[in-house]
Design a protein around this ligand. Structure first.
Ligand code: AKB
Length: 313
């Protein structure tokens, strides 16, 4: 049977780039993008889906004879703290809907993104291992930790081939993040290129795990293409890219923009960041599906600045 992919949350930071990469790989006609509303300038097949509506997901799955679902819609860590109960409802309801539609329609493969937000007090801060204690302190992190267990449950109980990655902060020039604690690491490049001052909501030494968009997309596709028998982790895989603090990225940017000015104004997001790992051990991803990141901070800064200079020219 031909692969027919549905991306839920296709307008988001990761979703927009992943959708175009999947279209390059599988052909425009085989990848259906979906989100709460259409995005301007998006080409290719698109369906409006509110993923809290199970009937609408099922309708689109049936209409397009979908065989794989990437479920990327979620409210992120910082935004989620504004409305904790509805964040829980939305993140869990949309996941349950995808799990049930997948089980009832014999979907071959499902992707569910988790996050470093699943970790908290009790997990080692450096080189946090795959099987570290999960003690999230945000609603987003709680929904991802619960989601990982539900993913494994659907695999064990129903044989659903659902796969997952715990993303670090994702840095890309193509799209803007929305509502995360790691968002500063994208915004800072935009401000530098626009020659504006940057107000940083984290402390200058708040080191967090990050990953370049190209690496994040490649990891996702490599995991989804790995032979089923290689997948030994059915909760979620740690993946590591690089780790840096705001002051380290500022130093890199100042090599090109020596006058770049940053004001540190830590807010509640610093509290969230302080409980997250500083670096990640991704031993299982390396062993099971050969994961290896390619971009360090130098590479990321070079590409981000070059692409954003083109964008704002
Ligand atoms: C966030 O900051 O909430 C996300 C994440 C690390 O999952 N970027």
């Amino acid at each position: 049977m031909d692969t027919k992919i549905l991306v839920i949350g296709a307008n988001g930071q990761l979703g927009s780039v992943l959708t175009s990469e999947l279209r390059n790989k599988f052909g425009d006609e085989n990848v259906i993008a979906s989100d709460l509303k259409g995005s301007e300038g998006s080409k290719g097949k698109f369906e409006v889906i509110d993923a809290t509506d199970i009937h609408r997901i099922e309708e689109v799955v049936t209409k397009h004879k979908i065989t794989q679902i990437y479920h990327l819609a979620a409210i992120l860590s910082a935004k989620g703290e504004e409305t904790p109960l509805s964040t829980w409802d939305i993140n869990m309801k949309t996941l349950f809907n995808v799990l049930e539609v997948s089980r009832n329609n014999n979907i071959d493969r499902v992707f569910f993104p988790s996050s470093i937000a699943v970790f908290g007090e009790g997990a080692p801060l450096n080189n946090t291992p795959d099987d570290a204690y999960l003690n999230p302190a945000t609603v987003y992190g709680m929904s991802k930790a619960a989601g990982e267990n539900w993913a494994q449950y659907y695999f064990l109980r129903y044989g659903l081939d659902i796969r997952s990655i715990r993303y670090p902060g994702v840095i890309g020039y193509q799209s803007l993040p929305g509502g995360g604690t790691t968002d500063y690491a994208v915004d800072i490049y935009h401000k530098a290129v626009l020659k504006e001052d940057f107000d940083c909501f984290l402390k200058e030494d708040a080191t967090l795990p990050m990953i370049f968009m190209d690496d994040a997309i490649r990891a996702t596709i490599e995991l989804m293409e790995a032979p089923k028998e290689n997948i030994t982790v059915r909760t979620s895989y740690n993946i590591s890219g690089i780790s840096f603090s705001p002051s380290e990225v500022v130093d890199e940017i100042r090599k090109l923009y020596p006058d770049f000015k940053v004001n540190y104004k830590p807010d509640f997001r610093q509290e969230i960041a302080s409980r997250w790992p500083k670096s990640i051990d991704d031993a299982a991803a390396k062993k099971d599906w050969g994961w290896k990141s390619q971009f360090n901070l130098d590479d990321i800064t070079e590409v981000m600045i070059q692409k954003l200079q083109e964008k704002y020219r």
